[in-house]
Design a protein around this ligand. Structure first.
Ligand SMILES: C[S@@+](CC[C@H](N)C(=O)[O-])C[C@H]1O[C@@H](n2cnc3c(N)ncnc32)[C@H](O)[C@@H]1O
Length: 277
């Protein structure tokens, strides 16, 4: 990466260079959300991560492709590559980029360890200026990334590198003005400090997406659809066993209430953003 980084990009890079050291490359990656949905055994549309994987699975399965055809997926801000590894199980050739060299190095090691090097490519790059040819990718997945970058610049770049007809999906935290105001009030912060919150922000520049961001996304990708979740299920953190792989009852309740109560979805603190070129 030769371009001069902005101050914000530099701060993000520094933070993630050091955070990357905590990732254990030897750990076993949980493939359940991918394998269960590829086989059709189980779907969890109420969980934003499962839903984010469901979109590229459906897209891949709906393609009429020849045996030798390469279908390209971009992991947008890939971090240490565990999501990319899961996504490679679908059959895509996976390309990942990240501003952090350490993350890119870990992602390469993870693919080596899993015998998937031939099905992957990882590069150090900013989201705002991508080193790929126009119309290169069939599918894009980004998890917890748009709220770290300059959304307008990055999505214009993304639009350039997507094929016509390509799809994309992002999973992002999103502002709920009323709830966020209460959450950040002096009294609530005293009782539940930000450090123990579900929504503790990590880097200095990180912030939840807001209505202005959604407008920018819709301007660049007019066919954008937004699905919200995380209303009652915000409290899973306090009542569910850590690391539980079972489906969350509160997530299911949210999902069904959203169908029956107009406006309920607007309280959702997570968004799955589905785009199309
Ligand atoms: C919250 S992490 C998410 C990583 C990955 N998607 C995941 O789910 O594990 C945010 C990532 O964004 C990367 N990042 C931050 N700003 C960036 C930028 N401007 N361009 C590219 N990557 C960036 C960081 O290095 C970090 O890996």
């Amino acid at each position: 990466m030769t371009t001069q980084l902005s101050e914000r990009q530099q701060r993000e890079k520094e933070y993630y260079e050091s955070y990357a050291q905590s990732f254990d490359v030897t750990q076993d990656i949980d493939f359940t959300p991918i394998d269960s949905q590829i086989s059709g055994d189980e779907f969890r549309p109420w969980n934003s991560y499962w839903r984010t994987y469901q979109i590229p699975i459906h897209f891949y399965q709906s393609l009429q492709k020849t045996d030798t055809q390469v279908i390209r997926l971009l992991d947008f801000g890939c971090g240490p590559g565990d999501n990319a590894l899961r996504l490679s199980r679908i059959g895509y050739h996976v390309t990942g980029f990240d501003i952090s060299e350490s993350n890119v190095g870990i992602a390469k090691k993870l693919f080596e360890k899993n015998g998937k090097v031939d099905q992957s490519e990882f590069v150090v790059s900013t989201a705002e200026s991508l080193p790929f040819a126009g119309g290169y990718f069939d599918m894009v997945v980004g998890i917890d990334i748009l709220h770290h970058v300059d959304i307008e610049k990055s999505l214009k770049e993304l639009n350039r590198v997507m094929k016509v007809g390509a799809q994309g999906v992002f999973r992002e935290p999103i502002e709920v003005p009323l709830l966020d105001k209460i959450r950040n009030s002096f009294l609530v912060r005293k009782i539940v400090p930000n450090e123990v919150s579900l929504e503790a922000h990590i880097t200095e520049d990180e912030r939840k997406l807001n209505e202005v961001d959604l407008k920018i996304i819709k301007k660049i990708f007019p066919k954008t659809r937004i699905e919200r979740s995380l209303i009652l299920s915000r409290y899973d953190k306090f009542i569910r066993k850590k690391g539980s792989k079972k489906s969350s009852l509160l997530e299911k309740i949210d999902y069904f209430l959203m169908k029956f109560i107009p406006g309920y979805h607007l309280l959702g603190g997570a968004a799955v953003i589905i785009i199309e070129k």
